[in-house]
Design a protein around this ligand. Structure first.
Ligand code: SF4
Length: 362
């Protein structure tokens, strides 16, 4: 009886556009079947998007350096300063990668590298100014993740507001919410203790929004996090959006454990796609103030498209990401094949140019 009452109460809340609580989310995770999660997530999705609409982008993650001092135990990508195999891409190498992206029909690049103590802020500002000068609006780029942004500010002994303005003046429009993984202090103490606290993370993101830059939210699941930690992450994200309205989208992907210290310790087991899809539904239901919920082709391949049935409305078709590829991700450049999966599920994908606002129902 308790289960039936809870289902009815949560259905009522969603029908009335009321928020579900952390307790409701926990109840849903533990008790709701896939059909109920899909139904509720689709209902919240319908507040923002037409039923069969979805969007995608072709993009490339440019891993400009793998030298990093953060030593996250879930990472197979980094090299410590002075270690063999460390690299920094030159401006010409970055341009080459961007030209390849354009040739493949993409127009979004996302820069993601390590906390490299040898690279000053000027390296980044010079690079981003040069990209804006060379490509104008022909492509857009996500300059860094918030985690790298914080390291750079710290390294340059600048506050977050000043650092954000320096980037804005260099032609940057976006700094994305990467490097968040699971936003609980305990998770960060366990796995990435040099990657700043959750409080600092949101302080930096608020400064980015205040400087007029755009940003996004992300999440990674499949480590050793608890369901309570996942819900805490969603609660903090929802609160931040309430306070700032700065989040353009939310993307969740799954931990690729291969060749990572943590993955080795946990037996290199990935969570199932079924669990990922249930979590996506929970994200859509919980994050009632984030219009765009994205599903991860990078880590779930074609099965990510099933996320469209669980509340997602958008996805990337990535052509490169060394960080996840080093930990076991595989990339498929047969874009039509992937898009056909979305069509077979009843959706009509349209290309989304990141600089333009995709029409939504509200
Ligand atoms: S995840 Fe990023 S910050 Fe952490 S060790 Fe790897 S490159 Fe460095």
């Amino acid at each position: 009886m308790i289960g039936i009452d809870s289902t009815q109460e949560i259905r009522r809340k969603i029908a009335c556009h009321e928020r579900i609580s952390s307790t409701d989310a926990l109840w849903l995770w533990r008790n709701a079947g896939d059909d109920l999660l899909r139904e509720l997530a689709t209902e919240v999705r319908s507040r923002f998007h037409a039923p069969h609409a979805c969007s995608y982008m072709i993009m490339r993650i440019i891993n400009y350096t793998n030298v990093c001092v953060a030593q996250c135990d879930y990472c197979a990508f980094y090299r410590l300063p002075g270690q063999d195999g460390g690299y920094v891409l030159s401006q010409e190498q970055v341009f080459h990668k961007l030209d390849e992206l354009l040739a493949l029909g993409g127009d979004l690049a996302a820069f993601n590298g390590g906390f490299n103590p040898y690279l000053p802020l000027d390296y980044y500002c010079t690079l981003f100014s040069a990209i804006r000068a060379r490509y104008g609006d022909a492509l857009e780029f996500y300059a860094l993740t918030i985690a790298e942004f914080m390291y750079l500010a710290d390294h340059a002994r600048l506050d977050y507001a000043t650092t954000a303005k320096r980037f804005r003046d260099a032609g940057v429009r976006w700094i994305t919410g990467g490097g968040s993984e699971i936003l609980t202090e305990d998770f960060r103490r366990r796995h990435s203790k040099f990657k700043y606290t959750v409080a600092q993370y949101f302080e930096a993101q608020a400064a980015i929004v205040a400087a007029g830059l755009k940003t996004t939210a992300t999440m990674v699941i499949g480590f050793d996090e608890t369901i309570e930690e996942r819900i805490e992450h969603l609660e903090r994200t929802r609160q931040f959006q309430d306070q700032t309205s700065g989040l353009a989208s939310f993307l969740c992907w799954t931990f690729k454990p291969y060749f990572t210290p943590l993955g080795t310790q946990l037996g290199a087991i990935e969570i199932t796609t079924a669990e990922y899809l249930r979590h996506l539904a929970l994200c859509r239901i919980y994050l009632d103030n984030v219009p765009r919920i994205r599903t991860s082709v990078l880590t779930q391949n074609e099965r990510a498209l099933e996320g469209l049935l669980y509340g997602a409305d958008d996805f990337d078709l990535p052509i490169e990401d060394e960080v996840t590829q080093k930990a076991g991700a595989t990339i498929n450049l047969q874009f039509d094949k992937i898009l056909n999966v979305a069509r077979q599920l009843g959706f009509e994908p349209t290309y989304r140019h990141v600089a333009s606002a995709q029409p939504m129902l509200r």
